[in-house]
Design a protein around this ligand. Structure first.
Ligand code: GLA
Length: 719
């Protein structure tokens, strides 16, 4: 070894005349690559922090054709048979690209995170060039100083004289050493989002993808966990968590080929999306975010939650308001008296915000059901003759804040907007538009800057005219139903999916620049947009249109793998439930909704006095535990997927002074023997006094009011 230079979190060790090991360190993780000018960059290590002495002696991955340690295989010159990150057609038609290191550097880096916070870390930039073509690719790795998060992304710059075509554009690959590796991912559909799937990685490809066009979290999600040593466990074992921070079509490919490694690739889905990059233009990929946990899947979740609260969510240091949303209570039946009554009722139960959902707008075409008026964001004066002014006055009178629903990226063909701008919608050139919800819903083409201005103006007009509006629910209830932009030139039709999301982010950035304080919910037919591409512009998301408490336990469990409770809107609704027709007790519904950002989605006037009293008490109690749930650390204790009719989790405050323990019985049988649950995350030496919330039994629990050490609660648990 010639030299050893510790510089902040970075260690450089010259191993040969040229090759250099570069390590990036977060508080508990190290990522090491082997870089040699003129050669392809090589992966060496990602895992728990290692010492500079061990880094110096790290073994190289076997370097034959099957080693697959290349960080950024590009198609055609040295990589033809394996999966690749980049494929492109050069200006002269050549399909082969050969990218080798031209230069690299590590620099201290500070930037504004998408949620407006400042983040800092060490940034490794590797510049790759093709000896035959003036193509430049930068690989970036950002290791955070304060959280165990490593981000990687790329940009590709066309230095050729004419346009080149990108046909595949993943982020750098993350190789995962073969062992008994299990992949946990999330599959779903409308009203059944985030169902947890775990499977061993066998030989072959595992492909997880979304091609909805707009709502990339409805079906398969772009976050996965890889348990490296057998089936995933919550609090033990090595697990990598990976999220692609993108709101559009994505593809994750895990290739378990003939090498020693599983190759994790993630990026924009290239299907029907080849990208023409003009001379001098740069294409930047969305970031991949990784963490490495030695304390199981729960360790990954905790890191993602704290990263999200710091950098990927708006106002995550502020407690969320308890709200009533009008949707399941009245659907489209909006009027002043009804809204006033709902505001009064939620205020009387202790709520802080009322949100008027769909149905309040439309003039020539009225929003009486879901088949008209999207795009015409004017108050329906037949329903609300005294306008938003009266709604705000009623909110003031009732002592609650006021929020409003919009679906700004959409139109109905039965709308004045569509009559005026039929060219603003997404549709195949020369074809009749395929119409969605209500038989008339179409998607506006956010590739078009005029449409971006229009979408921005919807929010801008509302908030300029009514600055008292405290909350917006931003919905999106349609996919791309037929491919085509009436704005993009015919030669660039394949840019639709990518340009749409650039346009959407552009609008979100403008909204946040002008209205940093308003609370905005990210909704897309439920949880269709729970992703880290869009969330930085929002405060929370609607987990699902399915508010059945029992199925919510499963959906919220899956959602909690990557998203913190403060972001998960979770509402008490009526029974029989509107999605699954199941009847559950008001206690059960409160017990489940209180594990996320609590709200109500119900017609309070149809509730009994007992139910109202129960909810009033639950809301009072939630206010006490709100900081623990919204800012505390989550510990998942017993999975609903275990199949033994029980689920349990808890939140612990940062100072470990307070904790909230949830224990949900999923089925009731006579003489049912349920396991005793050991708690987690407590201070073993502290004594905790037990108090049951939402109690319905006449007799208190034996442990009520008694104090137990954290050690006892974690080793033994309570009956
Ligand atoms: C979507 C949302 C619901 C509700 C309706 C209104 O389905 O997910 O919460 O807002 O639209 O039409």
């Amino acid at each position: 070894m010639k030299k050893l230079l510790p510089i902040l979190g970075l260690v450089l060790c010259a191993m040969s005349a040229h090759a250099e090991k570069i390590s990036l360190n977060t508080p508990h993780n190290s990522f090491v690559v082997d870089l040699d000018k003129g050669a392809e960059p090589q992966f060496l290590y990602y895992g728990a922090s290692i010492s500079s002495a061990d880094i110096a002696n790290l073994q190289k991955i076997k370097d034959d054709n099957w080693s697959r340690s290349d960080l950024y295989p590009a198609y055609g010159a040295t990589h033809t048979m394996n999966e690749i990150c980049l494929a492109m057609r050069h200006a002269d038609g050549n399909l082969s690209t050969n990218l080798v290191i031209d230069d690299y550097k590590v620099t201290p880096h500070t930037e504004t995170a998408p949620n407006g916070a400042t983040r800092s870390g060490q940034l490794l930039t590797i510049t790759l060039k093709d000896p035959l073509y003036p193509t430049t690719v930068h690989l970036y790795y950002l290791a955070y100083n304060d959280v165990d998060m490593l981000e990687s992304w790329t940009d590709i710059t066309n230095g050729e004289k004419k346009t080149v075509t990108l046909t595949q554009f993943y982020n750098p690959v993350m190789p995962v050493r073969r062992n008994n590796v299990h992949c946990t991912h999330f599959h779903g559909s409308w009203a059944s989002e985030a169902q947890l799937v775990e499977q061993p990685l066998k030989t072959g490809l595992l492909e997880i993808k979304n091609k909805d066009g707009l709502r990339n979290a409805t079906s398969d999600r772009n976050e996965v966990m890889l348990s490296l040593d057998g089936p995933a466990r919550e609090n033990t074992g090595d697990v990598i968590g990976a999220a692609l921070c993108y709101s559009g079509n994505f593809r994750i490919t895990i290739d378990s080929d003939e090498s020693d490694y599983h190759q994790y690739f993630a990026g924009i889905n290239p299907d029907n999306s080849e990208y023409h990059l003009k001379k001098g233009e740069t294409f930047t990929t969305p970031r991949s975010a990784y963490t490495y946990s030695v304390s199981g899947t729960n360790g990954v979740s905790q890191t993602f939650h704290s990263w999200a609260r710091k950098y990927m969510l708006r106002h995550a240091d502020k407690e969320r308001m308890i709200l009533l949303n009008s949707w399941e209570g009245v659907y489209f039946d909006i009027n002043h008296e009804g809204m006033d009554q709902m505001m009064h009722d939620i205020a009387s139960m202790g709520g802080e915000l009322f949100v008027m959902d769909d149905g309040w707008f439309g003039d020539k075409y009225r929003r009486l059901t879901d088949n008209a008026a999207l795009g015409d964001w004017v108050v329906d004066t037949k329903k609300l003759p005294e306008g938003i002014e009266r709604l705000l006055a009623d909110a003031r009178k009732n002592g609650v804040k006021f929020g409003i629903w919009i679906e700004p990226e959409m139109a109905n063909t039965t709308s004045e907007l569509y009559e005026k701008h039929p060219d603003w919608i997404i549709k195949a050139p020369g074809r009749e538009p395929v119409q969605g919800r209500g038989g008339t819903q179409v998607v506006l083409d956010l590739c078009n800057p005029q449409v971006q201005d229009y979408v921005f103006s919807i929010v801008d007009n509302l908030l300029t005219k009514y600055p008292e509006i405290a909350y917006i629910k931003w919905d999106a209830n349609a996919p791309v139903m037929n491919h085509g932009s009436q704005y993009l030139p015919m030669a660039d039709q394949s840019h639709l999916y990518i340009e749409y999301h650039k346009g959407l982010i552009n609008v979100c950035e403008r909204v946040r620049a002008k209205y940093p304080d308003v609370v905005i919910q990210d909704c897309a037919s439920g949880g269709g947009r729970a992703n880290y591409g869009l969330l930085p512009y929002f405060d929370e998301f609607w987990v699902s249109d399915n508010t059945d408490a029992l199925q919510r336990i499963f959906m919220q469990w899956g959602t909690s793998y990557f998203f913190p409770a403060i972001a998960m809107a979770s509402h008490i609704s009526a029974v029989p439930n509107h999605a699954v027709y199941r009847t559950t007790s008001i206690k059960f519904r409160c017990d489940v909704a209180m594990s996320g950002r609590l709200g109500m989605e119900i017609q309070p006037k149809n509730m009994t006095d007992e139910e109202k009293a129960f909810c009033r008490q639950a809301i009072t109690d939630y206010k006490k535990i709100r900081p623990v749930i919204q800012f505390g650390d989550l510990y998942r204790l017993h999975s609903p997927y275990a199949g033994d009719f029980l689920a349990s989790e808890m939140y612990v405050s940062e100072d470990k002074e307070q904790a909230v323990f949830f224990w949900w019985k999923l089925e009731t049988y006579k003489n049912q023997h349920l396991p005793r649950i050991k708690m987690a995350g407590l201070d073993p030496d502290k004594y905790y006094t037990i108090h049951e919330l939402n109690r319905i039994d006449n007799e208190p629990l034996q442990c009520e009011g008694k104090s137990y050490s954290g050690a006892y609660l974690m080793q033994t648990g309570l009956e």
